[in-house]
Design a protein around this ligand. Structure first.
Ligand code: UT7
Length: 335
């Protein structure tokens, strides 16, 4: 059986920087609250004039990842696209990206696992490569949150947190034994589906109702999050699934060279760091600059960490995420 490894990474974030002070001009919030409760200083929100969309941002990140992998678009055997904010209700972002990059008629799969989307995507790609079915798989996470947030005081507990952006990884067959993706672990708990959700539009509340005037007063079209409930579950599940990954590979906490958690809240990352007893340099955070970019967050952080020289050959890199669904998962990599 083969294994898989990441051979190219890229990310793209919109140019438009939105600071906490900018938000305080449109809703009742302030820099102090946002930084203290989340660690976020600023985020990127698409400037509508830029033309960026979830699929376009994904394609920009993918282009960089493919080039850095030393491949061309024609070498990619399969596309996996994770988002909760697709350009269209259907079809999904995978086929849009395929068209934007003018790729051959390879398969394109869409992943709907929100903050865990990239982790789920890596796991799927890893299985396809392990079995020998595909050699090079492109995994993309991209989000246009700003297009769908309630940017009034009513929505402030959610809207100040989320940012736009995209990241991409190229996974390829690995010939070296004991290297690349060592394990992936995925979980879900659907009984908490409504604790972090956008309920509509849906087949329960279909498009004609969606386009009715005043529908912006219907909060079911905006993200809802039971913040403290999600927070409490996140800190438990993150630690569990990281330990599950380590144990499956006979590794200890000390073996972690770099942990890259989904960037949901700096306090969550700090809690996990403390619980696992990891030194400051062993946990990567960039939520300060980008907010929570959901399916894009882990891969943007992984790309930045790699670009900053924080990941070296043979390092044990652990990726983990938790989010809406609830869904969560981890990936353990020997780089
Ligand atoms: O990525 C997917 C997974 N997501 C997560 O893991 C996120 C988990 N949850 C969280 O990160 C936190 O719960 C939040 C950052 C969302 C909220 O922080 P919190 O410390 O749980 O605040 P809270 O919702 O309990 O609200 C505390 C107070 C409330 O005021 P009162 O009732 O105490 O007077 C809120 O109305 O803070 C108020 N508040 C705000 N104030 C200023 C809520 N949002 C804001 C805001 N600006 N943006």
């Amino acid at each position: 059986m083969y294994s898989s490894k990441i051979i190219g990474l890229g990310y793209y974030v919109p140019e438009n920087v939105v600071t906490n002070d900018d938000l305080s001009k449109i809703m009742d919030t302030n820099d102090e609250w946002i930084q203290e409760r989340t660690g976020i200083k600023e985020r990127r929100w698409i400037d509508p004039k830029s033309g960026d969309t979830t699929a376009i941002m994904g394609s920009k990140a993918a282009k960089i990842a493919i080039e850095r992998a030393g491949l061309t678009k024609d070498d990619i055997d399969f596309i996996i696209f994770a988002t909760l904010s697709p350009d269209m209700y259907f079809p999904g972002g995978g086929v849009l990206l395929q068209d934007l990059l003018d790729m051959p008629t390879v398969g394109a799969l869409d992943i709907r696992n929100q903050c865990s989307g990239f982790i789920y995507g890596l796991s799927v790609a890893d299985q396809f490569i392990k079995t020998g079915m595909y050699k090079n798989v492109l995994v993309v996470g991209s989000e246009n949150h700003s297009g769908g947030l309630d940017k009034t005081t009513r929505g402030r507990n959610v809207s100040v947190i989320f940012g736009d952006g995209a990241g991409a990884a190229v996974l390829s067959r690995c010939e070296e034994k004991g290297k690349g993706i060592l394990s992936t672990h995925l979980h879900s708990e659907g009984k908490y589906a409504k604790e972090l959700t956008i309920e509509n539009p849906s087949t329960n509340k279909w498009i004609p109702e969606f386009i009715k005037e005043n529908n912006h007063d219907d909060v079911s079209y905006y993200p809802y999050m039971n913040g403290q409930f999600v927070f409490k579950h996140a800190v438990v599940r993150f630690s569990e699934v990281i330990m599950e990954g380590l144990m499956a590979n006979n590794l200890q906490k000390d073996d972690i060279s770099l942990l890259i958690p989904h960037q949901a809240n700096l306090r969550i990352s700090q809690f996990i760091q403390k619980k696992l007893g990891l030194a400051d340099g062993k946990v990567f955070n960039n939520i300060m600059k980008y907010g929570n970019t959901t399916a894009a967050s882990v891969v943007i952080a992984l790309t930045e960490a790699f670009e900053e020289g924080r990941i070296k050959d043979n390092d044990i890199v652990v990726l983990a995420a938790f989010g809406s669904g609830f869904t969560w998962g981890s990936v353990v990599i020997r780089w």
